[in-house]
Write a protein that binds this ligand. Sequence first.
Ligand code: SF4
Length: 204
Amino acid sequence: MTELMKTAAENLTARGFEVYTLTTAAQAKEKALSLIQPGWSIGVGGSMTIRQLGLLEVLEGAGHSVWWHWTSPEEKPIVWDNARKADAYLASANAVTRDGQLVNIDGTGNRVASLIHGPSMVLQVVGSQKIVEGGLTAAIARIKREACPPNASRLKLNTPCALTGHCNEAQCGDDCMCRAITVVSRPLRAQRNVVILVEEEIGY
Ligand code: SF4
């Protein structure tokens, strides 16, 4: 484990998060599944990390109700509402600062809303490449440099980052996916907040 990952994990723990540090994505998947109780409903944010882990197939196979607009046939607002009320919400973080803060950017807001209010447990699986050496400025820069361009491209958005690979906020119009930024610096009251840091790169 790198010194940066070790320090971030220590700082997350000091802030009150329930932290696990693991080596591989396969270990992260096993840990996440071990924390989910039988019968729980599950909400999922738009997360490549969760998709790549293959958690959804296992959870649905085990009979959990899974609310994820990428796979659920219902109208998106209904899915978002049920995800926000789920027993557990699964996502990644777009960035983690060295001092142990979780940073996310969202265009619709359903993901960041569910991360800070609603589900009893929020579980975020974060590849080590998302841990930044600096603070919030470095975290936001990382998101706009590494996460937004591939996401905007995947979603076929008409944004500068999708077209050029680089952020140009001044020229970002209706398709802008950077409309809300959340910084969670401690677990929200009455919420169990789990962070699984994984050495293996996963998501983006
Ligand atoms: S502000 Fe616009 S161009 Fe910049 S990263 Fe966000 S979506 Fe992309």
